[in-house]
Design a protein around this ligand. Sequence first.
Ligand code: PLP
Length: 470
Amino acid sequence: MVLVEIDSKAHPNGVNGVKTPFKSAAFHRDLGHEFQKLTRSDGNFVTLEDGRRIFDASGGPSVGAIGWGNRRVIQAVTKQMMDTAYCASLYYTTQVHEDLCQHLVDSTNGEMARAYVVNSGSEATEAAVKLARQYFLELNPPQPQRTRFINRRQSYHGTTLGALSVSGHSYRRANFEPLLLKNVSSVSPCFEFRGRGASESPSEYVERLAKELDDEFQEQGPENVCAFIAEPVVGAALGCVPSVRGYFQAMQAVCHKYGALLILDEVMCGMGRTGTLHAWQQEGVVPDIQTIGKALGGGYQPVAGVLASRRVVNVIQRGSSAFVHGHTYQGHPAGCAAALEVQRIIREENLLQNVRSQGALLEKLLKELLGGHPNVGNIRGRGLFWGIEFVADKETLRAFPSDEHVSLQIAELGLGEKYQIGVYPGAGSVNGLEGDHIILSPAFNVTSDEIQWIASNVERLVNDFFAGRI
Ligand code: PLP
């Protein structure tokens, strides 16, 4: 099937601003962009068809956890495919599925009681939202009026309609707004850089945000709220933004006060990325439902999941005993085998310790090398999950206009001959302010030498990019 007429002689960025699709039958994200083909991925590198070897300093979109081409993972998946390639979840399970779920439950010190394995972060959010709803239907006595969700502005929890409905990402929602669930409202994110007042202490800021959430419960009718959903460390939507100390405890206290559930989305920040296996382990809270993805399978297979707490599982178990949800490919043995092996490697090689120590080095170097740059507004993150936010004016923190796509341009420059580094670009909008950022999230087994190289190469990249704009 020919999807689009191609004029292969035309400039890929178009004439007079009109983009011309490049030659491909794939419905790429951007039909006007000339996508490079990857021919190989090994260790921390990906190779492009023109021979460039790119150091993957972000693990794609923070997916890579142990680098690429790991023989143990490849052999585990291959063996699994030879033994049992498919499992119809209505009738059967597999040992690898059981082992992965047990591994995940054990990793929470028994706080979580069951794991539900799906194929993508968006599916995990869908399942989490439906599980929260079903929990209230099966509670004794049931609370069927709890249909409302509260999220945070400029958040991202997935691309499918349910997951997008509980996301506060204005750009990604815009086209589909009329199709999205109407029972979702938003509060401010915890975003110290742009959100905390100059004369406000961190604890006053937390108090203000907790009051905002409390007010939102009152607005919606506290008895109607099913769950509050948030990322412990905000990934793509804001660029590696951890919350202020005590924030999640204050938020959970509001949820508890009104009997609503706390759903934590750890698709991007979880499974070790921030230095503990679960990001909530640094927040002094335990979620009722948690989603995981990306670093779970480290990019080797499409695999994600939901962890459900005892409170939630007990209610379903005593109720209908059946979660009314399912996918053809849920608990797929190849995905489970990849995830289990990646997680075993993380544990056996003590990689969480490396995430913490190399993360501390990355923070130090980035702040030393780039903290004073006139266009670097903020460097924030946790573990091996660091965001650099760019500003047009360091005094006022004015951001660049979104149509300049500053972060995208920096990321594209980074792929060039001179730097050969892959960083993950993003842009957010909070209180009407745009904010360009790049994310650095290398593999958990990155070395000190590689961290030094990443930091100095990113410094060069940022210096050259902004010098070129003058
Ligand atoms: N939740 C968060 C926090 C994410 O960052 C993402 C993807 O980037 C998703 C959910 C959706 O995951 P997926 O793209 O695997 O569907």
